[in-house]
Design a protein around this ligand. Structure first.
Ligand SMILES: [Zn+2]
Ligand SMILES: [Zn+2]
Length: 173
């Protein structure tokens, strides 16, 4: 299989055979990466540092990418910046303590693709915002308040929520 189809497959054979403590960085660049049938991230960049320790290999990776998505407040489409990282260990068969531990590969190649995709999915917020200050849509006319003021703004909720607010004004005047 070509590197095109498995962009996160790396040759770590020389690290497996190397001395304890050696490390090497692997760069990743991917213009688009499908995470699910209707979910593709763009402009992925990443770096994985693979080092040799007494048990096997330690992989420390961090990635960033963009996702075109809709703001949960104003519904506009915007490029959401994603960042995620993970640490994975691969142990020699004789060092393995539980069946869940990943084994150092016999062929010297590890494919980080599943980890990259799994952790990318976890990095996507359930309620993305185009900006922390997004004003959202007007509940009266539906206008995007980031683009235009529609003058449906009422007093802040904490002042207007009480039905006795106007009565209080009357007593105080
Ligand atoms: Zn928004
Ligand atoms: Zn309005």
């Amino acid at each position: 299989m070509s590197r095109q189809h498995r962009p996160f497959r790396i040759n770590v054979g020389f690290i497996i055979g190397g001395q304890i403590g050696i490390a090497r960085d692997f760069d990743f660049v991917c213009e688009s990466l499908p995470l699910a049938p209707d979910l593709t991230i763009q402009q992925l960049r990443g770096l994985a540092t693979v080092s040799r320790n007494p048990q096997g290999l330690l992989v420390q990776a961090h990635f960033q990418a963009q996702l075109q998505t809709a703001c949960s407040r104003c519904l506009s489409t915007f490029p959401l910046a994603l960042k995620w990282q993970f640490i994975e260990t691969y142990v020699f068969p004789q060092k393995r303590k539980t069946p869940e531990e990943l084994l150092v590969p016999m062929d010297g190649y590890i494919d980080l693709g599943d980890h990259v995709r799994d952790y990318a999915l976890l990095a996507i917020p359930s309620r993305p915002l185009c900006s922390p200050e997004c004003k959202g849509l007007c509940p009266v006319c539906g206008e995007n308040r980031n683009q235009r003021e529609c003058h449906h703004h009422s007093a802040p909720p904490e002042e207007s929520s009480s039905p006795f607010a106007s009565l209080k004004d009357w007593f105080e005047s």
